[in-house]
Design a protein around this ligand. Structure first.
Ligand code: GTP
Ligand code: MG
Length: 195
């Protein structure tokens, strides 16, 4: 997709703040610090439209970015950040869950994992939860630049196996740092919003 316009719209804390123009939405899920905001920036070729930080757990709202008049990226709060209180974690959990289950313009969830390591228990739970509820998803294994190219395939296989991915599920190896996988991922996203 040619990105002519990318704009931050809102940090939504509840459904009343979600956009009402019915554009398709693509959400990003993944643990804190896995690289969700960086992936958005890479896809739209902007340095820092989506706020990135080395402090995990920063994004606590649903952050909406409008791309052209075509779609929204919805940057979800990262999960699995231990320093956030349990009550707060549960609140976010409910909030994110209702979004994922009830948002009818949601076309795809990109579940981000770190290509370097086997997916965590939280990643596995998230994958299973999305599959259980029939939420369309693709897994994006990011930070590929941090390991040698010769190891990508082996690590991708470990990701697939650890998550117990179905044959038809898509896994895309990615790097926000070097732009690896960008065109392939855009193709997946364009297909997801095309019907
Ligand atoms: P939260 O908003 O806290 O949930 O984090 P996030 O998932 O949005 O992560 P973010 O994009 O802020 O990235 C976290 C850190 O990882 C930052 O220091 C990024 O620069 C770094 N990072 C993200 N993606 C990549 C990547 O593909 N390669 C490398 N080398 N670093 C990355
Ligand atoms: Mg973020």
């Amino acid at each position: 997709m040619k990105v002519n316009q990318a704009e931050f719209i809102i940090s939504a804390v509840g459904p009343s703040q979600y956009p009402e123009d019915a554009l398709p939405e693509i959400a990003l899920a993944g643990r804190s610090n896995v690289g969700k905001s960086s992936l958005i920036n890479r896809l739209i070729a902007r340095k820092n439209l989506a706020r990135t930080s080395s402090q995990p757990g920063k994004t606590q709202t649903l952050n909406y970015y409008r791309i052209n008049e075509d779609l929204y990226f919805v940057d979800l709060p990262g999960y699995g950040y231990a320093k956030v209180s349990k009550t707060k974690r549960e609140q976010w959990g409910k909030f994110v869950e209702s979004y994922l289950l009830e948002r009818d313009v949601l076309k795809l969830v990109m579940l981000l994992v770190d290509l370097r390591h086997p997916p965590s228990k939280d990643d596995q739970a998230m994958y299973e939860w999305l599959k259980h509820h029939d939420v369309p998803l693709c897994v994006v294994a990011t930070k590929a630049d941090k390991i040698p190219k010769s190891k990508w395939a082996k690590h991708a296989k470990i990701v697939r196996e650890t998550l117990g991915m179905k044959k038809d599920d898509v896994l895309q190896v990615f790097s926000s740092e070097i732009g690896l996988g960008k065109d392939e991922l855009w193709e997946i996203l364009e297909e997801a919003i095309s019907y």
